[in-house]
Structures are given as C-alpha cells and as structure tokens.
Design a protein around this ligand. Structure first.
Ligand SMILES: [Cu+2]
Length: 155
C-alpha cells in the first residue's frame, strides 16, 4: 500500500507501467545455455556441471546458489592453476552478471560442483538443476549427462 500511495497522482500510463514492473529484479531475464555434465565413476566423487548463464535483461543479476535432487551439496567452484602448474579449486561465492553479459562455467574455470551425490550420474540421463538468484528468482534447467570423457556440450 505504501507503493500505491507513493505513485498516487501519477498519470495512469505511469501507474500501469509501474505496476507491471517485474516481481523479480533481473532473474526472469536469465537464460541458461548449453548445460552439460559428465557421467560419474561413482558416488564418492563429486560431479561437475558446465553451462553458460546469460543475462538478457536490463538489471544486473547475482547467482547465489544451486539446488538439485542429485546432490546434497551443490556449489559454484572456480578452478585455478598456479604458476607451478598446480590446479586447485575453491568456492566462487556469489556471481554477479551485468546486463547483456554472460558467465561461462567450463572445464578449467567456473563450474557447478555436485558434492555428496545421491545417485550415479549415468550417460544419457538428465537431471534438474535450479539456479537461485539474489532477487529471489529461480531458473531451472535440465542437465544432460554426457560420456565420462566429454569435453563440451557437442562431444
Ligand atoms: Cu569444484
């Protein structure tokens, strides 16, 4: 009601456009492309998911978390290789995507790590993955499981 009284008195066209503003500031404009993952050797090793997250809207969006029935602890990680050629990875925290930009989750860089797998990841199957954003919105994607040696969505 405070919002209504605030915009009270504005021309009707402004009132209507104000009321049709998105309930979520940004995440409804997020598109997830080319999501894929690899078959797992067992459930004791984590799985990894790769994709491109594109912000087609006019507001910056911040990816804050992941959810999937396949893993109890899905988390965004970033792999890094130091000057000695030793690679390691760590939680990447929240990822902000500016309007018109995209973030690539790909082997050797950012990835969605699926820790505490609840099931084997079997080639040819798919599983649902939900991306959560700071505006409260969610984007769900069905992730195909490719072969154990796959290097990209077309492999
Ligand atoms: Cu990882």
């Amino acid at each position: 009601m405070t919002k209504l009284s605030y915009i009270n008195g504005l021309p009707l066209v402004l009132l209507l456009s104000g009321m049709s503003s998105p309930a979520f500031a940004g995440s409804e404009d997020v598109v997830v492309e080319n999501a894929w993952s690899r078959a797992s050797i067992g459930v004791n090793r984590p799985g990894a998911v790769y994709m491109t997250v594109r912000n087609t809207g006019e507001y910056a969006v911040t990816l804050t978390g992941l959810a999937t029935p396949l893993a109890m602890m899905p988390e965004i990680h970033e792999s890094k290789t130091n000057s000695n050629g030793v690679s390691s990875m760590a939680p990447a925290g929240e990822i902000t995507i500016e309007p018109g930009q995209s973030v690539a989750l790909e082997p050797g860089g950012l990835h969605a790590m699926l820790m505490m797998l609840q099931n084997l990841m079997i080639e040819g199957e798919t599983f649902p993955l939900t991306l959560t954003f700071s505006d409260g919105g969610e984007v769900a994607v069905e992730v195909p499981i490719l072969g154990i040696a796959a290097r990209g969505p077309e492999s």
